[in-house]
Design a protein around this ligand. Structure first.
Ligand code: HXC
Length: 514
């Protein structure tokens, strides 16, 4: 037995070395952790159980028969995060550049299957040169096997992708199908074709960082939901993210007891809306006042800043927040904001996370750029996402709710459960100035003093409609509340709605305007 144990020890030791000390040194020199160091940082201490540590590839082409590494460049298994189980895979760049081929893909597929069958989230740590070139088409097949499973698991278990190195070619599509992408600044990049191909085809000169680094994907493309300055911070973000989501669509999100039960009044909110309705204010301040302290985890922080989305807790209940941001582009809805909001709403709906919406929206952004790029289709995504959501849904209109954007932003008509408005709310077809110009066009043009007639008509329209009371009269708003009561009203609403059961209509699947 002693010999046998020694053999096992030797094999395990070899596997733990990955591509060997030099490759590990090179990995560290790039500011990156190894596959196993990453799992140590991500998972609870001593919780990781590994599968397939001794799996190797079977290829003999191009000298691969002399390059066999136990594990084949990916560490797979399960562990816990804050005591809750997760399945994980972590690609090992020190082994053949973390490249993916038959055995590597099979290992990932196995844990994906197990995660789906058990209703447990899966987290992928990606750091790979892509398809293993020496193994040819089986590498492509391996990717497709993963994409297929990503899609089957979508909406059933949360899937999170950490991009911690290169992620190029078709390899980007597995993270893209998952629910969240987290990227490390300076060391990770994602693109369908790299800078060399870009130069050959379009003659553009661009660095890897500019083309597909963390900053690019956080602010320009919206591909990345979170970026952090280093891998350790990224792991902390991933752990925190998981704390808001249930293990699967069959469960409720975790409840974290809130220990100060009597502090729900928020008088500061009464003074937050500026005197003039065209003046901006920061909707984050509203959110921070309403949610439990330090509980707001913003998603897509640098992308489409005119809408805010993120997770938070209110009295310990996990919620998804969607809020117009008047401090950026007056909180207008445009293509990017619609896509950002829609994706987030759908995630929350998949995983039973109630939605809380703060609304201050002057409408959809006008212009040829928006129209020609399809604001009609993209705006409809947000509308569709809210319409189909069956989770508890609460809206607070803090100020503007104009035009189609009023309907879209979780209005009562499209299925919201509770709609509150502050006394500062303006709920109308359009702003008073524009409305007066259209409906009093003749009076204004024929008046001896068109400017003052316009102002007078504007004031008339504002008096009639720039308030929450017409909507309240029709029951479109359930209650007009002093801002200081906002947290209390939402909390009570969330507790009342905990037993809400609303089944979506039976069908194969809807056809969201993509
Ligand atoms: C096999 C690979 C590899 C790959 C890297 N390596 N990528 N081996 N297949 N795809 C190996 C290298 O040969 C090297 O081995 C080791 O990994 C480390 O690579 P380096 O080049 O030394 O590292 P670095 O300088 O950091 O550059 C990383 C890199 C570069 C930018 C990722 O390696 C690279 O461009 N690789 C090729 C990327 C690529 O074209 N992949 C295919 C994409 S298409 P040694 O033994 O020398 O240390 C694709 C299709 C997927 O993925 C389709 C799915 C549908």
């Amino acid at each position: 037995m002693k010999d046998k144990l020694q053999r096992l020890e030797k094999l395990k030791k070899q596997a733990l070395q990955g591509g060997g000390p030099n490759k590990i040194k090179a990995q560290h020199a790039k500011g990156k952790l190894t596959a196993r160091e990453r799992l140590n940082a991500l998972l609870d201490p001593d919780s990781f159980e590994e599968f397939g540590m001794l799996v190797t590839h079977r290829s003999t082409h191009f000298g691969l028969d002399k390059q066999k590494f136990p594990g084949d460049g990916v560490v797979t298994g399960y562990g816990t995060i804050n005591g809750r189980p997760v399945y994980v895979f972590s690609q090992d760049f020190t082994v053949l550049g973390g490249s993916l081929a038959e055995a590597h893909a099979q290992k990932i597929c196995r844990i994906m299957d197990m995660a789906l069958e058990s209703g447990i989230p899966i987290i992928g740590l990606n750091d790979s040169g892509g398809a293993r070139i020496q193994e040819g088409v089986v590498s492509l097949g391996g990717y497709a096997d993963i994409f297929y499973r990503n899609t089957l698991a979508s909406g059933i278990i949360p899937q999170i992708s950490l991009v911690l190195g290169p992620c190029a070619g078709g390899a980007v599509y597995s993270p893209a199908i998952t629910d969240f992408i987290l990227m490390a600044e300076g060391t990770s990049y994602m693109f369908v074709t790299g800078p060399n191909v870009v130069k050959a085809v379009t003659h553009e000169e661009v660095s890897s960082e500019d083309l597909g680094g963390a900053a690019t994907h956080a602010s320009r493309s919206g591909v990345a939901h979170f970026t952090c300055e280093d891998e350790a911070a990224l792991m902390r973000t991933a752990r925190r993210l998981l704390s808001y989501v249930p293990a699967s669509c069959h469960e409720k999100p975790p409840f974290r007891p809130y220990l100060t039960p009597d502090d729900h009044l928020r008088p500061r909110l009464d003074g937050l809306i500026p005197v003039h309705s065209a003046q901006p204010y920061d909707m984050r301040e509203v959110i921070m006042e309403v949610v439990d302290p330090l509980s707001f985890l913003e998603v897509h922080q640098q992308y489409a800043e005119n809408i805010l989305v993120g997770f938070a807790r209110i009295g310990g209940h996990a919620v998804g927040i969607v809020a117009n941001q008047p401090a950026h582009l007056a909180g207008v809805l445009d293509i990017k904001a619609s896509i950002k909001g829609a994706r987030f709403v759908r995630f929350c709906d998949c995983f039973n996370i109630p939605l809380v919406v703060f609304e201050d929206v002057p409408g959809f952004l006008p212009g040829t750029d928006q129209e020609w790029n399809g604001i009609i289709t993209h705006g409809a995504k947000l509308l569709y996402a809210f319409c189909e959501a069956t989770v508890p849904r609460i809206t607070v209109i803090t100020r503007k709710a104009y035009g189609g954007a009023y309907d879209v932003m979780n209005s009562k008509h499209i299925g919201a459960d509770l709609n509150f408005a502050w006394p500062s709310a303006e709920i109308a077809v359009m702003g008073a100035k524009g409305a007066a110009e259209i409906i009093f066009k003749k009076e204004i043009s024929e008046s001896p003093d068109p400017e003052s007639t316009w102002r007078q008509k504007e004031a008339e329209y504002a008096e009639l409609f720039a308030n929450p009371y017409s909507a309240a009269e029709r029951g479109y708003v359930d209650e007009v509340i002093p801002p200081r009561l906002t947290r209390l009203k939402i909390l009570r609403g969330l507790e009342m709605l905990q037993t809400k059961r609303k089944e979506p209509p039976r069908r194969k699947h809807g056809n969201i305007p993509l």
